[in-house]
Design a binder for this molecule. Structure first.
Ligand SMILES: NC(=O)c1ccc[n+]([C@@H]2O[C@H](COP(=O)([O-])OP(=O)(O)OC[C@H]3O[C@@H](n4cnc5c(N)ncnc54)[C@H](O)[C@@H]3O)[C@@H](O)[C@H]2O)c1
Ligand SMILES: [Zn+2]
Length: 401
């Protein structure tokens, strides 16, 4: 790898975010953390910590009076955490429950209709509260339904996967897929409250948990070298879901996400940095029809490729690239890089909805803890990366398929 290419032009940078050291307003109280998020619809809180759900009833009362609570979840999630949720909410009785299929293939308009009809039949009105309990699929679909049903019903998110806890439940993006592509119909509709209880992660399948760690690594790369160093030092404990390690990485990830979306809810600038690894990751997901990778696994590959691309254009030093790749590898084996020519992946990148005016944009890391978004990356550099990247995981003896 050589760093001889002309530098592509930077657009948004981590610097615009003032400094990530000055955290989102965060308050610790009785072992739980409260992180404030600003949105166009007003401020809301993320309350997080092991056992945060125990405070759920009080937190919901603070939001006001609701005519009825409608819980939305999936059969699988409900089996895993339903009891804990009901007792945390103090809701053994007065509520309605709506279960939806949370397969990615069911994240569609038909599910929106089914759920809306179920809510209407159960008597939902404008003073009802919807509580979404589940991973990103439940959160995105329930959020969309909450935004559209009766033109908007109050929403609380109770995320139950690591990805949902550190990412999808915060920031207000909701939506469903069309046969033409992912998340093509949706709204910005922030929750009134997000309750993040790491105890919900206990029954989460191993692969799902590990995939979620990709997003945590991403936050370290784009915004917080200290978080990244913590991950390097404590990754084994994190893989073992050590409560003390989770008590650091989950709130810290949430602070970064909250900080970014509070300043750029609609992704007109700064929010783009959250897409580190995602231009490549989305292309991998698209080209394999969303069947091969979990989202976090595709992002893991994508972060390896983004680090290499940063180096190719002379932006990211070799030792930083090597730290990024080493940490990503510790997530464990990834499904193989698809056996397709680089050109096919590049054309998948062009069809991504984040492409602007036909230009490919990449979020790159000049160093760990800082990110910037660029277009105008030379095509040859990109092709070289797509050629090299698949070998970086096989080189460590991990499987490719
Ligand atoms: N809105 C956003 O900003 C945003 C951000 C990132 C991802 N997303 C979306 O999130 C979705 C992916 O979400 P995800 O990774 O959370 O996966 P998911 O919602 O598909 O859940 C994965 C699996 O884990 C199960 N599960 C969930 N919680 C569990 C628990 N506690 N115990 C046992 N099993 C549990 C689910 O039933 C499902 O089978 C994608 O559709 C993606 O587009 C949205
Ligand atoms: Zn992601």
């Amino acid at each position: 790898m050589k760093a001889q290419q002309p530098r592509a032009q930077p657009h948004v940078t981590g610097k615009q975010c003032a400094t990530f050291k000055s955290l989102q307003r965060t308050v610790w109280r009785m072992g739980k953390k409260r992180i404030l998020v600003n949105s166009s619809a007003g401020r809301y809180d993320i309350v997080c910590g092991a056992g945060a759900l125990r405070h759920a009833a009080r937190e919901i009362r603070r939001l006001g009076k609701f005519s009825r609570i409608h819980l939305i979840s999936s059969p699988k999630v409900w089996r895993a955490v339903g009891k804990a949720v009901l007792s945390g909410l103090g809701l053994e009785n007065a509520h309605a429950k709506h279960l939806m299929n949370d397969a990615e293939s069911a994240k569609n308009l038909r599910n929106v209709e089914g759920l809306s009809r179920s809510l209407v039949r159960a008597g939902i009105d404008r003073h009802s509260l919807i509580i979404a309990v589940g991973g990103g699929v439940v959160g995105d679909v329930a959020g969309f339904v909450a935004s559209a049903c009766l033109r908007g019903v109050a929403l609380v998110q109770v995320p139950t996967t690591l990805i949902a806890q550190v990412d999808s439940a915060v920031g207000g993006k909701t939506g469903v897929n069309l046969p033409e592509g992912k998340n093509l119909v949706g709204t910005f509709y922030p929750a009134r409250l997000v309750l993040v209880d790491s105890a919900m992660l206990k029954p989460l399948p191993e692969r799902q948990y590990r995939g979620g760690l990709a997003e945590v690594i991403k936050y370290g790369i784009i915004a917080d070298a200290k978080l990244f160093a913590f991950l390097e030092k404590n990754f084994d404990a994190i893989l073992g879901r050590d409560p003390a390690a989770l008590a650091y990485i989950i709130p810290r990830s949430l602070e970064i996400k909250a900080h970014v979306v509070s300043r750029d809810e609609r992704e007109s600038g700064l929010r783009e940095i959250l897409n580190f690894g995602h231009t490549f990751g989305h292309a991998l997901e698209t080209i394999t029809n969303y069947r091969t990778y979990q989202h976090g696994e595709a992002v893991a590959w994508g972060m390896i490729a983004a680090a290499l691309l940063g180096h190719e254009i002379g932006l990211t030093a070799a030792d930083e690239v090597s730290r990024i790749i080493s940490l990503v590898r510790r997530m464990g084996p990834l499904p193989a890089w698809p056996r397709v020519p680089p050109k096919e992946l590049i054309s998948a990148m062009y069809s991504d909805k984040k492409t602007r005016a036909g230009k490919l944009r990449f979020v790159l890391a000049p160093r760990i803890g800082k990110a910037e978004s660029r277009d105008g990356v030379p095509l040859e550099a990109l092709e070289r990366v797509l050629h090299f990247a698949p070998h970086f995981v096989t080189a460590s003896g991990k499987r490719r398929g």
